[in-house]
Ligand binder design. Structure first.
Ligand code: KG4
Ligand code: ZN
Length: 349
């Protein structure tokens, strides 16, 4: 029997069981992350962030990210196993992010996962990073069930998703240009703040006022899409115009005004999507989901509209491997096939 045939048999057995251990790997950007799960229960969730390494370049340098994943991954696997108090021999399936993300960074996780799975004689399953972000909601909220709406806002994606099941996901609105996190990062750079910009803008916004005009794209349109490039350009133009006039800008006020609009449009569109689709639950996902202003205002708007808001803890909003493990659990339960040794990294999915 080939490796894939053996994997198919093994994954069929896992579908009927509720006690199997998953080793999950995430390396799509600048976090090397490994988690161990027993079904949906997270036994360990280790994250090694490269933020300090990339900070001096003002953003993630793909080649440096890949090299650091190579240096780190073996240790993080060991740490995750130790914390979960299990050994490699106990693991029954390996889940790995195969896209979307930085190609070289993804390749490290995928190649490592394939080698380990082959050596252990266990199946491997490739997971879509976005499905991981969505499934992070199941870790902290045990009562959450399909279907629900998901407001996804990360460094690479911004969308409102109608999540019917693990397999069936309909996009109700998405960004036409920049992602929300990307806009946070770019605006932070304009203000001279370090990478990653989201948490920096959040800190500055706390000390500022919402008193600089920020435009809203698609204000009078019926669709629920986003555009962040106009908002980003508005900030850049404001800063340049003030400089040209020899006037100082107040970076705290700019950060607060930008953040208010950046999260405001996410909230307004998500609530509108829930109303139109008669959805009772909105779950938050992605790195921008760690933003306190977004979390607080979304909960407030949810209350006003009688919509339950599910918020994963901040550490599960940004990239981690626990979310990849939970996504694998649902993939297995919903009948997904294992991946073969030809599983390849994909920058875009
Ligand atoms: O989901 P994530 O960790 O990686 C991607 O899949 O892209 O998201 C990273 C993005 C970055 O753009 C970062 O600036 C943003 O999430 N982010 C935040 C906050 N924390 C991270 N944006 C706003 N407020 C935050 N507190
Ligand atoms: Zn992500």
């Amino acid at each position: 029997m080939t490796y894939l045939e053996i994997s198919k048999e093994k994954i069929e057995q896992l579908r009927t069981r509720d006690d199997f251990l998953i080793l999950a790997i995430e390396s799509s950007c600048d976090e090397t992350a490994v988690a161990i799960l027993r079904n949906k229960e997270v036994l360990s969730n280790k994250i090694s962030s490269q933020i300090e390494i990339h900070k001096r370049f003002g953003g993630v340098v793909p080649e440096i990210a890949s090299r650091n994943h190579i240096l780190t991954i073996d240790n993080i696997v060991k740490e995750a196993l130790d914390e979960a108090k299990v050994t490699l021999a106990d693991i029954e399936i390996i889940a790995v992010t195969y896209g979307a993300g930085l190609l070289g960074a993804l390749l490290v996780g995928v190649a490592y996962a394939k080698s380990l799975a082959f050596a252990l004689g266990i199946p491997i399953i490739g997971i879509d990073h976005i499905k991981g972000h969505i499934c992070a909601n199941f870790i902290s909220n045990e009562t959450l069930e399909f279907p629900f709406l998901c407001l996804l806002a990360s460094g690479g994606h911004t969308a409102i998703l109608n999540v019917q099941s693990y397999k069936e996901i309909e996009t109700l609105g998405c960004t036409c240009d920049d992602a929300a996190g990307e806009a946070f990062d770019k605006v932070a750079r304009v203000l001279g703040l370090p990478y990653p910009g989201g948490p920096e803008i959040e800190k500055y916004a706390k000390q500022g006022k919402n008193n600089v005009f920020m435009p809203r794209a698609f204000k009078n349109e019926k669709h629920l899409n986003f555009s962040y490039s106009g908002l980003k350009t508005a900030v850049i133009n404001y800063v340049h115009n003030m400089k040209a006039k020899g006037q100082d800008i107040n970076p705290y006020d700019v950060a607060c005004s930008f953040q208010t609009e950046a999260v405001g449009v996410l909230i307004d569109n998500a609530i509108e999507a829930a109303k139109r689709n008669n959805a009772k639950v909105i779950a938050l996902a992605g790195g921008v989901g760690a933003n306190s202003a977004l979390r607080e205002r979304l909960v407030q708007k949810g209350k006003e509209s009688n919509i339950e808001i599910v918020l994963p803890p901040k550490v599960l909003c940004t990239d981690n491997a626990a979310m990849i493990g939970v996504a694998a659990y649902f993939a297995i339960k919903e009948g997904a096939d294992p991946s073969g040794l030809d599983l390849d990294a994909k920058a875009n999915l």
